[in-house]
Design a protein around this ligand. Structure first.
Ligand SMILES: Nc1ncnc2c1ncn2[C@@H]1O[C@H](COP(=O)(O)OP(=O)(O)O)[C@@H](O)[C@H]1O
Ligand SMILES: N[C@@H](CCOP(=O)(O)O)C(=O)O
Length: 308
């Protein structure tokens, strides 16, 4: 559980006065999540999720929440952000940017099945098609991001891991980033960021990694997260084929994207190995904090490197 910032009843009551979503009847810290503080909030008007955003600054939120609001308005299955009485998508509570979203009915997935993989592939492609309508603001060069973080992390690693990390960062720089179709993407579409009710997708959540970058990177992150079982060290090719088929039923990959996909899956593995290393080696302070094991992503990278 990650609750970095504790909110009192009176503080939430006061904050709710800036919204037209009823008065407070109850609230509870959420026992999942890694990077932000989340509460389930019940009011006389319905069920909501309050997020105190810890992972990005307020300056990033117009892009992130504008992207989610656009997806929602265009009918992509995402949690709907709530505007306050000033028409803004976020305010401030406990000196943190604070966001209300409608609470979705489903549950986050742990181990997705084949049908859920196909559904997520299709939904991801719908998001990419609609994202094309937005300006590609907040461009993130994933290679530079990895290179910068690797400089901080490398001195802490043993020789073998440092060698693997440095080689993977160099390989990430070899991809033709500027030639690949790019736009706003989720960038963290793990199964715990998709709420399902059986095979019905209630919606995608947690857009706080959203940025503009190659759509293929977003697809690679999603493939790795949905098809690789970190405990069993098993990349499920049936799931991969179904996820890709779902995706390409809406947005077929170009020849270049298809050719770059194996290398991009290695970049995606590297990206999350690095962020988990950072969170383990340099933990944030907080009341109750979940840190995911970096080793699973290093093993995924090794698996993908051995595949060639
Ligand atoms: N709109 C929503 N509807 C229902 N549950 C939600 C919603 N947003 C977040 N949650 C719950 O909160 C948990 C943590 O949210 P998440 O955005 O993944 O946090 P973090 O950014 O800290 O990783 C989710 O796993 C889910 O249980
Ligand atoms: N998905 C990332 C961690 C980011 O946390 P999230 O809860 O915001 O998705 C990982 O698995 O390393």
């Amino acid at each position: 559980m990650s609750i970095y910032t504790v909110v009192e009843h009176s503080e939430l009551n006061e904050y709710l006065k800036g919204y037209d979503i009823g008065t407070l009847t109850g609230f509870k810290g959420i026992e999942a999540g890694v990077e932000n503080t989340n509460y389930f909030v019940s009011t006389t008007e319905g069920e909501f999720v309050l997020t105190l955003v810890e992972s990005v600054s307020a300056a990033d939120l117009p892009f992130i929440l504008g992207f989610v609001a656009h997806l929602s308005a265009r009918g992509v299955a995402v949690a709907q952000p709530i505007r306050n009485q000033q028409g803004e998508l976020f305010g401030e509570l406990k000196q943190k940017p604070a966001v209300f979203m409608k609470r979705l009915a489903g549950d986050p997935l742990d181990k997705p099945d084949n049908v859920q993989c196909e559904v997520i592939g299709l939904t991801l492609a719908q998001a990419h098609l609609v994202a094309v309508e937005l300006p590609a603001d907040a461009y993130q060069n994933i290679y530079h991001w990895c290179r910068n973080l690797s400089e901080k992390v490398l001195p802490e690693l043993d020789e073998e891991q440092a060698g693997q990390l440095a080689a993977a960062v160099q390989a990430a720089g070899d991809l033709p980033w500027s030639e690949l179709p790019s736009g706003p993407v989720h960038a963290d579409l793990f199964p715990d960021n998709a709420l399902f009710d059986g095979h019905n997708l209630a919606g995608l959540i947690d857009f706080y990694h959203a940025c503009s970058t190659a759509y293929l990177y977003d697809l690679a992150v999603t493939l790795n997260a949905w098809c690789f079982d970190e405990e069993k060290q098993f990349y499920d090719t049936d799931k991969e084929q179904l996820l890709l088929a779902g995706y390409e039923s809406v947005r077929p990959l170009s020849g270049q994207e298809r050719q770059c996909l194996p290398a991009m899956k290695r970049v995606a593995a590297l990206r999350f190995w690095l962020s988990r290393l950072r969170d383990t080696l340099f933990p944030k302070e907080g009341e109750l904090i979940t840190v995911k094991d970096p080793e699973g992503k290093r093993q995924l990278l090794t698996f993908l490197e051995n595949q060639g």
